[in-house]
Design a protein around this ligand. Structure first.
Ligand SMILES: [Zn+2]
Length: 139
């Protein structure tokens, strides 16, 4: 097994989807190859982040906690940050989009209700001002 083939199978290997003979070849290669072993560690990390992302969708408050974890861990392990950000950014964008839409619905609700209450008095005041001005000019 060469590096190219090994890294191609890493994802399936992480998820336990490889047939036994290929899995053994991957395991043997990982023992002897440092670059593939590090790619394997990255793939494992990626799979863990994807699993965490599934939890985020049901619990938005996890985003804050995970972001804090990323900020603290990125200081110690800066190499892992791009992997985290690549996977988590869509989740964060989705969450903030949902928050923006929710805020927009709230604001839109206020904007729709307030003109309904005010115009009666405001319109009358405007009419009175216009009428009194026109009455004055007629005299
Ligand atoms: Zn290799």
């Amino acid at each position: 097994m060469n590096c190219q083939l090994c890294q191609k199978e890493l994802d399936a290997y992480c998820q336990g989807n490889l047939p036994g003979n290929i899995r053994t070849q991957v395991e043997n290669h990982l023992k002897g190859c440092e670059s593939c072993a590090s790619a394997f560690a990255q793939t494992q990390l990626l799979n863990r982040v994807i699993n965490e992302e599934r939890e985020i969708q049901s619990n938005p408050f996890l985003v804050t906690r995970i972001m804090e974890g990323i900020e603290s861990s990125s200081v110690e392990r800066p190499v892992h940050q791009p992997v985290f950000m690549k996977v988590l950014r869509p989740a964060i964008i989705t969450t903030s989009l949902a928050a923006a839409v929710f805020a927009g619905v709230l604001l839109g609700g206020f904007a729709n209700t307030s003109p309904d209450r005010m115009p009666a008095e405001l319109a009358m005041m405007d009419d009175m001002a216009i009428e009194s001005v026109s009455m004055l000019s007629n005299e």
